[in-house]
Design a protein around this ligand. Structure first.
Ligand code: ZN
Length: 261
């Protein structure tokens, strides 16, 4: 019943809204990692982006004006994660907030001794359960040159959102039927322990050392690598690549090879 209503709503949105061709192409051109999607995948991504932009507000903060190109670039990267999943994974929050640069979130927390601390380090992005996704625009744009930046902020924060579908981000997103929680945890934990040890030893890792912060960050950073440089993940942590291939229902390394021919 709910599926029927949801599908009817989606058809109605798709019938009345669209993304102009020129704008769609300009956004794809700014994000080279999406070029390996085939024509059918691009069509599906485009429909998802229309639905995403209908459901979410992409709002500027601290004087930042969000352009139509920025809206589509953010939508493309958020939606590529759920290309073969359900956009409903992004239910439960309304807005994506875009800052003109890094921002200080200003959260406070209390330690065991009851002392209140304030987070005053600037951040490039933030995602919290039930809250908006917050992004610094220059850090979003950096995804256009993965070789130089090694980061994809939108994929990172939306991977956290998927992880948070059942609470705090802990690297264990809700797995679909047919996937084994034991296999997921086994592959991710072994890779996390290995990676954290490499970072601890001061090794210069090709994968961003920030992934060693926590299992939740490991999942988000490795999701960036899975989409932007899949061969690197497959080479470093093949068991994680295999779990991600099943989870996201995509095989970007195979796609990238086809695109390279
Ligand atoms: Zn993170």
């Amino acid at each position: 019943m709910f599926d029927a209503i949801r599908n009817w709503r989606r058809r109605r949105v798709l019938a009345r809204a669209s993304i102009p061709e020129e704008l769609w192409r300009a956004a794809l051109a700014a994000l080279p990692f999406l070029r390996s999607l085939d024509a059918a995948e691009q069509r599906r991504l485009r429909d998802l982006c229309v639905l995403f932009l209908d459901a979410k507000g992409i709002v500027g903060a601290r004087g930042h004006e969000v352009t139509p190109l920025q809206r589509v670039m953010i939508a493309q990267q958020a939606c590529v994660l759920v290309l073969n999943l359900d956009l409903g994974l992004y239910d439960g929050f309304e807005n994506v907030v875009v800052y003109p640069g890094e921002f200080v979130p200003g959260w406070e927390w209390e330690d065991e001794a009851g002392v209140v601390h304030r987070h005053d380090e600037p951040l490039a992005g933030e995602a919290m359960p039930g809250g908006p996704v917050v992004l610094s625009w220059p850090d979003v744009a950096a995804a256009g040159d993965w070789q130089a930046s090694g980061m994809n902020l939108v994929v990172h924060e939306f991977a956290h959102k998927i992880d948070m579908a059942h609470g705090e981000a802990n690297g264990c997103p809700p797995l679909p039927p047919g996937m084994s929680a034991a296999a997921w945890t086994g592959a991710l934990t072994a890779a996390y322990d290995d990676f954290a040890a490499r970072v601890e030893r001061g090794e210069d890792t090709a994968i961003d050392a920030y992934a060693a912060e926590s299992p939740g960050e490991f999942f988000a950073v490795l999701s960036e690598v899975f989409f932007a440089e899949p061969a690197l993940l497959r080479q470093n942590y093949p068991a994680v690549y295999e779990q991600f291939r099943k989870f996201y229902r995509q095989d970007p390394a195979a796609r990238a090879c086809v695109g390279a021919v």
